[in-house]
Write a protein that binds this ligand. Structure first.
Ligand code: 7TS
Length: 419
């Protein structure tokens, strides 16, 4: 039923989505902070977790706790089956060609470091890596480490005042020296949705691989790995209603086969002697050591949760919130929105003339409101806009227009106090 809602008028969709029912599924939203109802607008940092996800963690430890891929005993087999079912679920959710192209990691940061470290073995002095000014530090620093190790060069796609990538400059950076382009799908600070399909197509014309940092995309928009034709895609469960400490690296089979392992250890080998070790087949070659089994199983439950509502409906509803918030925030004198891209996801960053963002953050925290303030691990964006930080409100399916009204009133109060 819910899958059909995109065909219906807005008011009907919003009624059918029944946000108050959705909110009831998130226990933390019942609590108070500083004697005020919690108003959680820091979803780009991490989303809250529905009870079904929380319960799945407890259920695993109560009923199936055993290591995976190791034992012939029943518990180990049950845990292994549940764990591997999630790999298949993620393959289907993101439309990867093979389940073995899904590697479980600790999250986006580890996924990017895995690719950077393994890919560095294929690079030579003078090879080039392209990133952008919009990247989170976790898609900058690993590539700088690679450049230090290999003497490859880092090139940066610049942005415009709206916070969009300058694609004509990107094309100028591409050449036969380009070996990999690493780019985010959605900016965590400005909300810009980057035209990654186009970026990938252009890179492929030069034979370069493309890694997409999708940490901020997968909670908000549909992502299809085969349609994008990306070589690598990284994301974290905890921003999409799942637990912390788990995420995935998707890699095309041909790349994962070619790349050397990242971590060495148990379960990533075929045979070990002191003379030589041979590696396990995909995906295990990249999964050394005991994984976050409970986390992976709970990630599967989070994916089911999202699909029950449907990503189309999540995108639709969050766009409503984004539009409403933009309009209401712009009514506040001295407030300036940073990042006005034509395509944006559920993130809005702003500054208030003459007031430090962290002062606003502290005051509205007293009113029960959680936003993130500062540089959001994107110092190059701050350098571009010549600001010390922003106040960032980021939305999830359980947020409401009424909450945005509360935010606006709180901001007005804070500005009065600080002016
Ligand atoms: N890439 C992007 C675009 C991100 O937004 C983040 C986290 C990461 C990578 C790293 O993800 P992790 O799960 O490995 O930590 N972003 C944020 C944020 O915006 N506020 O807190 C964390």
């Amino acid at each position: 039923m819910i899958g059909l809602v995109s065909l219906l008028p807005t008011t009907t969709i919003l009624r059918m989505l029944n946000i108050s029912k959705i909110r009831e599924g998130f226990p933390i939203l019942q609590r108070t902070v500083n004697n005020k109802p919690l108003l959680y607008l820091d979803n780009a940092s991490t989303s809250q977790k529905p009870l079904v996800v929380i319960n799945s963690l407890v259920k695993y430890y109560k009923n199936y706790n055993a290591n995976v891929h190791r034992g012939i005993h029943t518990l180990s087999q049950e845990a292994t089956d549940m764990f591997e079912e999630v790999r298949t679920k993620l393959q289907q959710h993101f439309n990867a060609k093979h389940a073995h192209e899904i590697i479980f990691t600790r999250g986006t940061t580890e996924s990017i470091n895995l690719v950077a470290s393994s890919f560095s073995q294929l690079l030579n002095k003078g090879d080039e890596i392209i990133i952008s000014q919009l990247e989170h530090h976790s898609n900058i620093v690993p590539w700088q480490l690679v450049c230090e190790k290999t003497a490859a060069k880092l090139k940066v796609i610049p942005i415009n005042d709206k916070g969009e990538l300058l694609l004509e400059e990107y094309e100028k950076l591409l050449s036969s020296k380009t070996k990999i382009v690493a780019i985010n799908h959605v900016s965590n600070t400005l909300g810009t949705i980057n035209p990654v399909k186009n970026i990938i197509e252009k890179a492929h014309q030069y034979g370069a691989a493309v890694l997409v940092d999708g940490a901020q995309a997968t909670p908000h928009i549909e992502v299809d790995f085969q349609d994008l034709d990306c070589d690598f895609y990284c994301t974290s469960a905890h921003k999409m209603y799942g637990p912390t400490g788990v995420g995935i690296l998707y890699g095309k089979e041909k790349w994962l086969t070619k790349l050397p392992p990242y971590h060495g250890g148990g379960e990533m080998i075929k045979e070990v002697t002191f003379e030589k070790t041979t590696y396990a087949d995909l995906p295990y070659k990249f999964e050394a050591g005991t994984p976050n089994i409970a986390g992976v199983i709970a990630y599967g439950v989070a994916i089911d949760y999202i699909n029950k509502i449907s990503l189309k409906n999540i995108t639709f509803y969050e766009n409503e919130l984004l539009e409403y918030a933009t309009k209401q925030l712009l009514n506040i004198p001295k407030l300036k929105i940073i990042g006005n891209a034509t395509q944006k996801a559920a993130v809005i960053s702003f500054i208030i003339d003459g007031i430090h963002s962290s002062d606003i953050g502290s005051i509205i925290d007293k009113l029960g409101i959680a936003v993130r303030t500062g540089q959001h691990c994107t110092q190059p964006i701050m350098q571009y806009f010549n600001i010390s930080g922003t106040i960032r409100a980021s939305f999830a399916i359980y947020n409401t227009k009424e909450e945005i009204d509360v935010l606006v009133i709180a901001l007005q109060k804070a500005i009065l106090m600080l002016s």
